[in-house]
Write a new protein. Structure first.
Length: 625
């Protein structure tokens, strides 16, 4: 591995229009080139995309013409002059720079600074950047209480608010910056929904903490709560750990949901190569951001839109990289949701089928040893993608935001034999992905589990049923459960929650109590990307709509087999039907406000828990207004 100062992925860059891919190297130990040609910009005056400016750029088919062109738009232009724009800037393409900045958590705190770098890049390529912010709900803060009901809802609110801002102000292209879990898919959903030229930028991961000589993440703090509850960790040690676990800006550092979706952004083609890996504190992030700003102008010139990049093939590529890195089970929701925005039928079972045939090759926490910073410093996501491409697991023909195909981007990426973070495709950690799908009479619409780092892939035991996460957490805290049980948390699905909460507080407490491999847990809710152990989420149909998980009784025998992909309860079809006839819906206490509205709109987890019909029902997309 090598230090940030040694990483020259972008080198000294000049920002104008030009070639998308240059000749820089990533210097590794001893000066060895790890990843070949780097993504850079050169002011050549020629190349694949000619330099654009307001004098030559044709706005007659761009959305911003409705705001800036012709005598009837004089009132609109007067507002733009009021903000200090020049006449030249007004008649250039207007580029939305959307940020999920807030002060809720370290995940998002650096995004405003990075947005300024994006704006410089847009301006350097003769575009006019228009910055705006949207919300973020940060899972680490929302975890373990009612606030987590807001998390998944925020994904769709982010997509909706970006869409409304872009539509209302007629922006021509989009650069989106996101930091925490649901903000990444939310921003990508907006890009695909709008179908404008788009570049995604991840705010970067947090640096690992150090606790008494050991590298730690926030996962260790959640698990420490469980250790503390059984007397394995004293008050002073817990206090010390919480103070050192998160030492910088950035999203949770291991292969939890944020870093998983950051990998997706590169694999799906919406982000610049290497950009998802650099930690948030690295100054190099600003260079990635400036490049993203100028690159979106190249996409605008070439007419490359988000749906030219996000195709069924690129979605398969993204799911493959998730499985290969032992990523978050939440991608089983987010990839179908992104697919829906493009009008592509791609559900949880499709994602799980890809997981089943993909080798697990990246030794990343929570199941492995390393964090996102470590992966970046040995070659990043391109190192993972190159070995998968060599093994025939990726489609190299997919277009990316570089204006080149995935295979062209990977052409000069070289294997780094001096590292042990990423394994070769033909010598994987395990033959099947770090995340797998399950199906059976308990989950006709599927379920999902992260198996990375697990030694036992089968579990059979009696059900212990809870109708809320609070009930389950109280039982775990009081240790009023038994070894060998399958803890069932239901009525926490998208509609029943409402909001499909994650269960990290409960699962981490189990692990901290030393029971992570001695019980199993299933839910129609979700699990954090930081969850480890036999924890099955997204069980569908959910209890709130009469799914089998809502028909279970204490003592029913549940059989789980992650090798064969089976999730069954030992009940006959006749018994399940009889219980269904006696079942009645369970009311929740959210009878107004956004959670009520979400419960009326949201679809099943199998389809991504989406809240509108997607592009399949679209008559005309925004980009064609």
């Amino acid at each position: 591995m090598f230090a940030a100062s040694e990483h020259a992925a972008f080198g000294q860059t000049e920002f104008g229009a030009s070639d998308a891919v240059g000749d820089g190297d990533v210097a590794g130990p001893g000066g060895k080139n790890l990843v070949g040609d780097a993504y850079t910009r050169r002011n050549s005056g020629s190349g694949e995309a000619a330099s654009m400016d307001a004098r030559t750029f044709d706005k007659t088919r761009l959305p911003s013409r409705h705001v800036t062109e012709g005598p009837a738009r004089a009132p609109h232009r007067s507002y733009l002059y009021a903000m200090g724009l020049t006449e030249e800037q007004i008649h250039q393409p207007l580029i939305g720079v959307a940020s999920c900045w807030n002060e809720a958590a370290p995940c998002n705190i650096s995004l405003m600074r990075q947005a300024q770098a994006v704006k410089k890049g847009v301006a350097s390529a003769s575009g006019t950047p228009r910055e705006f912010c949207t919300i973020t709900v940060t899972d680490g803060i929302a975890m373990g209480h009612e606030g987590m009901k807001s998390s998944l809802v925020s994904r769709d609110t982010i997509a909706d608010s970006v869409e409304l801002t872009m539509r209302g102000h007629c922006y021509d292209a989009l650069v989106g910056l996101a930091g925490c879990d649901k903000s990444l898919p939310g921003m990508m959903m907006a890009m695909v929904r709008l179908n404008v030229p788009s570049v995604f930028i991840y705010g970067g991961s947090i640096l690992p903490g150090n606790f008494r000589g050991q590298q730690v993440t926030v996962q260790d703090v959640f698990e420490a709560v469980g250790r503390h509850s059984v007397g394995d960790l004293d008050d002073e040690s817990l206090h010390e750990l919480e103070q050192v676990a998160c030492p910088s800006a950035g999203a949770c550092g291991a292969q939890f949901t944020a870093n998983t979706m950051a990998c997706v952004s590169e694999a799906i083609g919406l982000a610049l190569p290497y950009s998802s890996g650099a930690p948030a504190p690295y100054e190099l992030r600003d260079t990635f951001c400036t490049t993203a700003g100028s690159q979106v102008m190249d996409l605008l010139a070439k007419g490359i839109r988000a749906r030219d990049i996000v195709t069924r093939e690129s979605l398969v590529n993204a799911a493959t990289v998730v499985a290969a890195t032992g990523g978050s089970t939440n991608t089983g929701l987010h990839l179908p949701a992104i697919a829906s925005e493009a009008g592509i039928d791609f559900d949880l079972l499709d994602v799980c089928d890809i997981f089943r045939r993909t080798p697990y090759i990246a030794d990343l926490k929570p199941g492995g040893r390393y964090v996102a910073k470590d992966l970046y410093e040995v070659g990043g996501v391109p190192l993972v993608m190159r070995t998968l491409l060599d093994g025939g697991y990726l489609d190299g023909s997919c277009m990316t935001v570089t204006g080149r195909t995935l295979a062209e981007n990977m052409a000069s990426v070289q294997w780094n034999a001096e590292q042990d973070v990423v394994f070769p495709h033909d010598n994987p950690i395990t033959e099947t992905g770090g995340v797998v799908g399950l199906q059976g009479n308990l989950a006709p619409d599927g379920a999902i589990v992260k198996v990375a780092g697990m030694k036992t892939l089968a579990f059979t035991g009696p059900a212990r049923c809870f109708d809320t996460e609070e009930e389950a957490f109280a039982a775990v805290k009081a240790r009023s459960y038994k070894e060998g049980e399958v803890l069932v948390i239901r009525y926490e699905g998208p509609r029943g929650g409402p909001g499909m909460r994650e269960m990290l507080a409960t699962t981490a407490a189990l692990y901290g109590q030393g029971m992570g491999d001695k019980v199993a847990l299933i839910t129609d809710g979700r699990f954090s990307g930081a969850t480890r152990g036999f924890c099955i989420g997204h069980v569908g149909p959910e209890a709130a709509v009469g799914g089998p998980i809502g028909l279970l009784k204490d003592g029913d025998i549940i059989e789980i087999d992650a090798t064969t992909g089976k999730l069954d309860v030992h009940l006959s079809d006749e018994e399940l039907a009889a219980r269904k006839a006696e079942w009645s819906p369970r009311n929740h206490d959210h009878t107004s406000g956004v959670l009520w509205k979400y419960a009326q709109e949201v679809g099943p987890a199998r389809g991504g828990a989406i809240t509108h019909p997607g592009a399949s029902a679209e008559v005309k997309c925004y980009a064609d207004v």
